[in-house]
Design a protein around this ligand. Structure first.
Ligand code: IPM
Ligand code: MG
Length: 351
C-alpha cells in the first residue's frame, strides 16, 4: 500500500532520531512491499529562525494532506532562558495540536526485560508494569485565557473544560481499557478544582455506561505517589492536560530511560507520533541520542495505518537490539555504547 508520511524533525536531536526512524520505515517498506512517500517540513525553533513562526501554514497543510505525521522534538535553550521571547517553539507544538484537533495523547508505558536493571526503582516494583497514560491534549490550563495584569505584578492561566471535551477523552480511555485489562483510573484534583469536579461528574455518569470496565478515581498527588510505588496497579490512566504532562514524564522513569517511550496524539485530523522526550540540545549533532522512542513511535504510526504485522516487526527488532546490547550511551552503562546512527543501521538491517 502507499502512504504519505509527513516528517517534522524539529530542533536539537530531532533530525537525528527522525533519520533513524526513517531508516527503519524504509526497511519496513522493502520487507512488506509498501510505498511511504516522506515529506519533511519545518517546526519549532528552526522554523522561527527560518520563517518567523514555529508552525508555519505550509507545515500545517502538509500535515493535513498526509496519512500520518512523525514528529521529532522541539525546543531551544535560547528561548527557555528568555521569558520575554515573543514567539516560542512550544507554541508551534500547541498550535499543531489545536489545529489538527489532537485531543488525546496516548503514552504507553511498558518495561523491557533486558533493561529492568536500568530503572531507578526496584525490580520487583517495575517488572511487568504495563499501562497507558491517556492525556487530554487540547484543553485545560494550556489553552485557557492567560495574561498579565496591567501593572505586570500578576499573571494568570485559566483552566477550562467543557463536558464535551471530557466525554470524548474518557470515551477513548474506555476504548483502550476494553482492549486491555479493563481498568480505568480517572486522575483529578476534585477536592480543590472546579474543572476536576466536572471531570468526575462526567466520569461517574460514563462509568455506568461501561459496566464491564472497573473505574476508579484518584487525586493527582496520590496518583503521583502510587505510580512509583505500585506501577503494576494501573491499566489505563486518564487525566487532564497538565496532570498528564507531569505524570507521563514521571511514568517514564519506570522503564529506565526517557529515551524509550513513544507516544501518539490522535483526534480529529491527521495523527502525530512522537517520542515523549524533548529536544535534548546538549546532545544535538553528537550522534549519541537514543532513537528508540522515535522508532517505537513509528511502530505506533504503522499500527494507526492498520499495518499491524509491520508494527510488530518494528517492536520485535527493537527488543532484539536491546537484548543484543546494541544501545546508546544512556542505557549502555559500562558496556559498549553505540551511536544513534549505528542503532538505526542495525535496526534497519535486522528487521
Ligand atoms: C510534552 C511536552 C510539551 C507539553 C511541551 C514541549 C510544550 O512537555 O509533549 O509533554 O508540555 O505538552
Ligand atoms: Mg511533557
Amino acid at each position: 500500500m502507499e502512504f504519505k508520511i509527513a516528517l517534522l524533525p524539529g530542533d536539537g536531536i530531532g533530525p537525528e532520531i527522525i533519520d533513524q526512524a526513517v531508516k527503519v520505515m524504509k526497511a519496513v517498506e522493502k520487507k512488506f512491499n509498501h510505498k511511504f512517500n516522506f515529506e519533511t517540513a519545518l517546526t519549532g525553533a528552526c522554523a522561527i529562525d527560518k520563517v518567523g513562526e514555529p508552525y508555519p501554514k505550509a507545515t500545517h497543510d502538509l500535515c493535513m494532506a498526509s496519512d500520518a505525521v512523525l514528529f521529532g522534538a522541539i525546543g531551544d535553550p535560547k528561548f527557555d532562558n528568555d521569558p520575554s521571547a515573543k514567539v516560542r517553539p512550544e507554541q508551534g507544538l500547541l498550535k499543531m495540536r489545536k489545529e489538527l484537533g489532537l485531543y488525546a495523547n496516548i503514552r504507553p508505558v511498558t518495561t523491557f526485560p533486558s533493561l529492568i536493571h536500568k530503572s531507578p526503582l526496584r525490580k520487583d516494583i517495575v517488572e511487568g508494569a504495563d499501562f497507558v497514560v491517556v492525556r487530554e491534549l487540547t484543553g485545560g490550563i494550556y489553552f485557557g485565557e492567560k495574561g498579565r495584569s496591567e501593572d505586570l505584578t500578576k499573571a494568570f492561566d485559566n483552566c477550562v473544560y467543557s463536558v464535551e471535551e471530557v466525554e470524548r477523552i474518557l470515551a477513548l480511555a474506555y476504548e483502550y481499557a476494553a482492549k486491555r485489562n479493563k481498568r480505568v483510573t480517572v486522575v483529578d484534583k476534585a477536592n480543590v478544582l472546579c474543572t476536576s469536579r466536572l471531570w468526575r461528574e462526567v466520569a461517574q455518569r460514563m462509568e455506568k455506561e461501561h459496566k464491564d470496565i472497573e473505574t476508579d478515581y484518584m487525586f493527582v498527588d496520590n496518583a503521583a505517589m502510587q505510580l512509583i510505588q505500585w506501577p503494576k496497579k494501573f491499566d489505563v490512566m486518564v487525566t487532564e492536560n497538565m496532570f498528564g504532562d507531569i505524570l507521563s514524564d514521571e511514568a517514564s522513569v519506570i522503564t529506565g530511560s526517557l529515551g524509550l517511550l513513544p507516544s501518539a496524539s490522535v483526534g480529529i485530523h491527521t495523527s502525530v507520533f512522537e517520542p515523549i522526550h524533548g529536544s535534548y540540545p546538549q546532545a544535538a549533532g553528537k550522534d549519541i541520542a537514543n532513537p528508540i522512542a522515535t522508532v517505537l513511535s513509528a511502530a505506533m504510526l504503522l499500527e494507526s495505518l492498520n499495518l499491524l504485522d509491520e508494527a510488530q516487526a518494528v517492536r520485535d527488532v527493537v527488543n532484539k537490539s536491546l537484548d543484543a546490547g546494541v544501545v546508546t550511551i544512556d542505557i549502555a552503562g559500562d558496556a559498549k555504547a553505540y551511536k544513534t546512527s549505528e542503532v538505526g543501521d542495525w535496526l534497519a538491517a535486522n528487521l
